[in-house]
Design a protein around this ligand. Structure first.
Ligand code: PLP
Length: 404
């Protein structure tokens, strides 16, 4: 049984007040709150274990290394990657995407080659490609979306040319909540012998992901969006691809031997992990994954789906509401505008009622252009949100609308 009251006790921050009002935290797509088990584990590691990992002969270093490598195994299991060597720790989705874009372009793309992305990508899956476009002259082709915020697979298929080298696509939009048909898209891409990167920043917190079932070639996600610490993320890559890619950064940890004449590189995954890793954060991330796994990703998905559906229904009762992202069964994000009220005004006034939402372009300016707007107000849900909080949001939006 999913006991929401018990769940909320694991997140003490949810009981605080802001402006003397109970906090209603609906900015989970930006970052999630952390359960006590994550905070306790990280504090305990700094208090009792702390030492730099790998190649340390002393006790603490070996203990820290064991925790760090156990975390890698936890991540592997969580996304069902076949091999532990395929799990690379990064600082987050952004770094994971930059790593694969940079190394892939270095090795496999030249002027005129094409990448396919979608209209609803986060800037972290647009700008790294644009940097490569400026450096190497690669071309970016963009999958359009319909008014509900969905991709059409025929339109996607038509974008392939003999210059298409890779597809990079968000599994879930951070603005629309659209769940993209990535499994089908990967199948289509593979029929064209093209690999696929999946941005899982907004999917991993909300439903079970199986990289083998998807058959994606690369998969990226962030720890802080799935109840783990900031500054840690993951890049999964199929071994056959990772083996062929050059290192992204140089430094300690990623080398086998160094002389001034020649350097050879470590085996996977260390080839892509230059410098001291955030080994306390990897331990924290593993605890967060243990936490959501114990609750059950399917239970979390069901709870959040109910909240999202309820929120969408209630929002539709508000005069002048405009909802962005209307896919049936979409994920835990509700983006909206009301009449001509500026998104910042709505967000600021909701904040005074204790309701934390995000306003602006959500790092998806091309998507804003698609809808001809500057920004939206975005409420996003997590495993600890309640129906009462949705009611508070809807009442708050109605109250603000009355004021204008
Ligand atoms: C879909 C998507 N991709 C990538 C990112 C970037 O994640 P991070 O800032 O954790 O690197 C985000 C963050 O909001 C996101 O929503």
């Amino acid at each position: 049984m999913y006991d929401i009251n018990k769940v909320r006790q694991d997140f003490p921050i949810l009981s605080r007040t802001v402006y003397d009002k109970p906090l209603v935290y609906l900015d989970n797509a930006a970052t999630t709150q952390k359960p006590l088990c994550v905070l306790d584990a990280m504090r305990d590691e700094y208090l009792n274990v702390n030492a730099n990992v790998h190649r340390g002969v002393h006790y603490l270093s070996q203990q820290a290394t064991d925790l760090h490598e156990a975390a890698r195994e936890t991540v592997r299991k969580f996304i069902n990657a076949p091999k532990i060597e395929e799990i690379i720790f990064t600082r987050g989705t952004t770094e994971s995407l930059n790593l694969v874009v940079s190394s892939f372009c270095d090795e496999f793309m030249s002027e005129g080659d094409e990448v396919i992305i979608s209209t609803m990508e986060h800037h972290s899956n647009i700008v790294p490609w644009q940097l490569q476009a400026a450096k190497k002259g690669i071309a970016i082709r963009v999958i359009p979306i319909n008014d509900k915020g969905e991709i059409n697979l025929d339109e996607f298929t038509h974008l392939f040319t003999d210059r298409t080298k890779i597809v990079s696509i968000a599994q879930v939009s951070n603005v629309l909540g659209t769940v993209n048909p990535v499994k089908e898209m990967i199948k289509i891409a593979h029929e064209h012998d093209v690999p696929v990167i999946v941005d899982g920043a907004q999917s991993t917190p909300h439903f079970a992901v199986d990289v083998q079932d998807l058959d994606c070639d690369f998969f990226a996600f962030s720890g802080h969006k799935i109840y783990g610490p900031t500054g840690i993320g993951v890049l999964y890559g199929k071994e056959e691809w990772l083996d062929k890619l050059p290192p992204y950064q140089g430094g300690g940890e990623m080398i086998e031997s160094v002389s001034f004449e020649k350097t050879t590189f470590e085996k996977l995954p260390f080839k892509f992990e230059a410098g001291t890793p955030d080994y306390v954060a990897t331990h924290g991330l593993a605890k967060a994954i243990d936490y959501v796994s114990a609750l059950g990703m399917d239970n979390i998905a069901k709870h959040e789906q109910e909240l999202t559906r309820y929120c969408m229904e209630q929002m539709k009762t508000i005069d002048g509401i405009r909802l962005f992202g209307e896919q049936e069964g979409k994920d835990a994000v509700v983006s909206f505008l009301v009449g001509d009220i500026h998104h910042m005004d709505m967000g600021t006034l909701l904040d005074r009622l204790g309701i934390a939402v995000r306003t602006g372009h959500h790092c998806a300016q091309p998507l804003m252009d698609r809808y001809g707007i500057l920004g939206t107000v975005r409420a996003s849900f997590a495993l600890y949100n309640t129906k009462e909080e949705v009611d508070a949001l809807v009442a708050g939006v109605k109250r603000v609308a009355m004021m204008f």
